[in-house]
Design a protein around this ligand. Structure first.
Ligand code: AMP
Length: 213
C-alpha cells in the first residue's frame, strides 16, 4: 500500500511517517532527507540542490524525477510513504506514470492542514537529529539528553531552512506549487484532510483508522 503525505513544512508529515515506519513497517521516501543526505555526502546531486534548499526554493523537477525514479526501481513492490514528494503537478503526474509502469498506484493521500501560526512555532523550535532524523521541539518535545538525540546520541540541529527568514520562502513555495498539487489529488478523489493542529497521537489514530491498520 502506498500513501502520500502532503502539507506545508512543519505540518507533521515527518512525525507521522516515523510512526507508520516503526509500527507498520512502511518505507519512507522523504525527498528532503534524501537531499540532505546527498549534501552531507557531497554528491553531484547534493552540490546542485544545496543552493535551492538553503534559500527555501524547490529543487528543479528534472533533478527530483531522477532521484525518485531510482528509489522506486530499488524498492519496487514495497509499501511506501511519500513524504514531501510530489510538491508540483509535474512531479505528481510523473509519479503516477512511474507507479503505473510498476503496476502500482497511490492508495491514499493525506492532506495535513495546519494553522500558519502554529506552523512557524513548530519550525523555529524544531530540532532534528543529524544522524537518524528523529524530530524534537525545544518546548513541546525536548530531548532528555539536551542537544543529543535520545534514540541514537546524534547531534540535534536547527536546520538552516527552519530559520525564520527562509521559512517565509518555503511557505510561499508551498502555496504557489503545492497548492495546485493538492488540487490535482483532490480531483482524483482519494484524498482525505487531516487536522494537523491536533496532538500527534490523535493524528496518528485518524490515519490508522482511514488505512484500516
Ligand atoms: P523537506 O525536508 O521536505 O521540508 O524539504 C526540504 C527542502 O528540500 C525543500 O525546501 C526543497 O528545497 C527540497 N525538496 C524536498 N522535496 C522536494 C521536492 N519534492 N521538490 C523540490 N524540492 C524538494
Amino acid at each position: 500500500m502506498n500513501v502520500l503525505f502532503i502539507g506545508a513544512p512543519g505540518s507533521g508529515k515527518g512525525t507521522q511517517s516515523r510512526e507508520l515506519i516503526e509500527k507498520f513497517g512502511f518505507l519512507q521516501l522523504s525527498t528532503g532527507d534524501l537531499l540532505r543526505g546527498a549534501i552531507k555526502n557531497k554528491t553531484e546531486l547534493g552540490l546542485k540542490a544545496q543552493g535551492f534548499m538553503d534559500a527555501g526554493k524547490l529543487v528543479p523537477d528534472e533533478l527530483m524525477l531522477g532521484l525518485v525514479s531510482d528509489y522506486l526501481t530499488t524498492n519496487k513492490g514495497k509499501s511506501i510513504i511519500f513524504d514531501g514528494y510530489p510538491r508540483t503537478v509535474v512531479q505528481a503526474q510523473s509519479l503516477g506514470q512511474l507507479l503505473e509502469s510498476q503496476g502500482s498506484k497511490i492508495d491514499k493521500v493525506f492532506y495535513f492542514k495546519i494553522n500558519p501560526q502554529i506552523l512557524i512555532d513548530r519550525l523555529t523550535g524544531r530540532r532534528t537529529c543529524a544522524n537518524c532524523g528523529e524530530i524534537y521541539h525545544i518546548r513541546t518535545k525536548p530531548s532528555s539528553k539536551g542537544d543529543k538525540c535520545e534514540k541514537c546520541g546524534g547531534d540535534l540541529v536547527h536546520r538552516k531552512d527552519d530559520h525564520a527568514d527562509v521559512i517565509s520562502e518555503r511557505l510561499k513555495q508551498f502555496e504557489d506549487n503545492t497548492g495546485p498539487t493538492i488540487e490535482f489529488y483532490s480531483k482524483a478523489g482519494n484524498m482525505v484532510n487531516v487536522d494537523g493542529d491536533q496532538a500527534p497521537e490523535k493524528v496518528f489514530n485518524e490515519i490508522k483508522k482511514t488505512l484500516a491498520l
